[in-house]
Design a protein. Structure first.
Ligand code: BTN
Length: 327
């Protein structure tokens, strides 16, 4: 309902009276007041209210509200979006819903996370209303061994979405999105599976959008950046990025469901920042230098060592670094 009221406010120029809203939705004036109060306090929407004239938006809110995202796209990934003002982690939030039986596709997006999680047990700095912190619950019909395919699909969807905003986005294998050699998005997939099928997968993506230098610890800055910093300080519309992501994800997930991972890989290769590069492979047995030459049909990285041996590198086992820097 909150979302419906917001949609109405967005499409109204002047004031909207409490009475008009209550009539429109068949609720009491007290209920309207309660929703307005929630919009203000929980979602941070700035409203002007006038005792006789009613309510009006002070400005278009810079928030990832479902009503604002739906203005920019449609499809199955737009249908069930939970907007959270603050949460520990959008992944945790959706994992809980998954365990309680929520169906796919469910999307959770937060303005702020106070326990944002990165890969390898790291944290994810999630400053309020600066990034896009989003998770998607899927129930893919895939064997658990192919979980990596979902993450690669997400990386491609993310890179294409960032591309729609005019940036030249690439993927550092397996799943970091980079612009000009700096990480602007990381992906954390968590899942539950039995021996032969995936039960659910929660795909968590953190995009660095409007952060500036002061929003991060200094040691992150040689490796990471934000779209705003890369775009010369111009603010980027977070709802446009999220809508582009949900649109790209729909198309690619349809391919994945149809068993056409090969098509996804073909496109992924074109966006790869790793292929053709000399890399340092770090696995449980040690480190070596090699040339990244291809991706196999399951998405493993094929490398040729300096001695000419060909190895297949699985995403779960290694860390791959460029020789000259992060990519
Ligand atoms: C990485 O380490 O590169 C992965 C970072 C993933 C961060 C996102 S933000 C939304 C979702 N919720 C989390 O707690 N983590 C992911």
């Amino acid at each position: 309902m909150k979302d419906k009221i917001l949609e109405l406010l967005l499409s109204t120029d002047g004031y909207l009276s409490g009475e008009a809203i209550s009539k429109r939705f068949g609720v009491t004036r007290a209920a309207v007041w309660k929703w307005m109060d929630q919009l203000r306090r929980e979602d941070g929407v700035e409203l002007e209210s006038h005792p006789r004239q009613g309510y009006k938006l002070k400005e278009r809110p810079d928030l990832l509200l479902p009503a604002l995202i739906r203005e920019k796209g449609s499809g199955r990934f737009f249908e069930a979006i939970d907007h959270l003002s603050i949460v520990d982690s959008t992944n945790n939030y959706l994992k809980q819903l998954a365990r309680e039986g929520a169906g796919e596709v469910r999307v959770a997006v937060a303005e702020e996370q106070n326990g944002g999680k990165g890969r390898l047990g790291r944290g994810w700095v999630s400053v309020r209303s600066k990034g896009v912190f989003v998770s998607i619950l899927l129930r893919p019909q895939l064997p658990p061994a192919l979980a990596g395919n979902i993450t690669m699909m997400a990386a491609l969807a993310g890179a294409k979405a960032v591309g729609r905003l005019g940036f030249d986005a690439k993927i550092k294998w397996p799943n970091d999105i980079v612009v000009e050699g700096k990480k602007i998005c990381g992906i954390l997939t968590e899942m539950s599976a039995n021996m032969d099928a995936m039960e659910w997968a929660v795909l968590g993506m953190g995009f660095n959008v409007n952060q500036m230098k002061e929003d991060w610890p200094e040691d992150l800055l040689d490796k990471a950046s934000s779209l705003r910093m890369l775009g010369g300080g111009r603010k980027v519309e977070r709802t446009a990025l999220l809508a582009a992501l949900l649109t790209e994800m729909d198309g690619l997930y349809t391919k994945l469901e149809a068993g056409a991972f090969g098509e996804i890989l073909e496109e992924y290769r074109k966006h790869s920042a790793t292929l053709g590069k000399r890399v340092r492979v770090i696995d449980s047995k040690g480190e070596y230098t090699a040339d990244a030459v291809d991706l196999d049909e399951e998405g493993a990285l094929v490398v040729r060592t300096l001695e000419g041996e060909v190895h297949k590198v699985l995403a779960a086992d290694v860390s791959v670094r460029g020789l000259m820097g992060y990519v």
